[in-house]
Design a protein around this ligand. Sequence first.
Ligand SMILES: [Cu+2]
Length: 275
Amino acid sequence: MGRFWSLLFLMVPVLGVLCFVCAMFDIWPMSRGAFGTDQWLPDNINDHGHVIDSLFMFILYLTGVIFIVTAGALFVFMWKYDAARNSEPVKFTHGSHNLEIIWSILPAATLLFIAIYQMNAWADAKLLRPKTSDGADKPALLEVTGRQFEWRLRYAGQDGVIGTRDDVHGVNDLHIPVNEDVVIAIKSQDVLHSFFLPNLRIKQDVVPGMKQFVWFRANRTGVYDVVCAELCGWGHYKMRGRLTIESRERFDQWLAQQYQEQELTEFIPGSGEEE
Ligand SMILES: [Cu+2]
């Protein structure tokens, strides 16, 4: 019976690794093409996206190797020390100081290495905010507010300042100009959300009481997903929007049109329309 269990446990790394390989190289035997061409990472359309992707792959390979080694060792020990075939009773020891030191230092050194290795990626995503021509921080094109269960958008409008009379408001319909550094201010109105633009490799927790900034440079036009990546309540699954990346001209047209439509229904105090 012990042999059965050791073989069953061996199936975990074998099937696990097989699934990864099939997904990465798109070689599912039965469903080829059924999920689109690539079943691994979504298309990267951010100039800086490859930094995140290579970091992801590096950590995946590292943890993959450790997973295969530990799962393989588990199999070998279960196979070799099967109780049905070993009449000698088990001997217990009080452990080994050397082993303890080795398996504490190895993971610590690995984590330290990853922490140093990813510093440029972190700086790129969190510290080096795009600048304007005079060296100041580039202002946000819009502000995104997460709330259960939608993304509220507020574009700066003509004056380029958020929080003024000409702001353009929207919900879940995010438009961004292509080939430009774009800064977005994000905040939450209620609980923890996570602002996730998979194709731009942007994912940032949105924390109540905190205003944060994300930035990217999209290099391809098209329609993509905006997703919430934090389990934020019963309606979390439907907290998604649409990201349209378009040329600067089309973006300006769209924004002007949104503004006009918004003005049509604007309540103007003192105009007598309230009666
Ligand atoms: Cu959410």
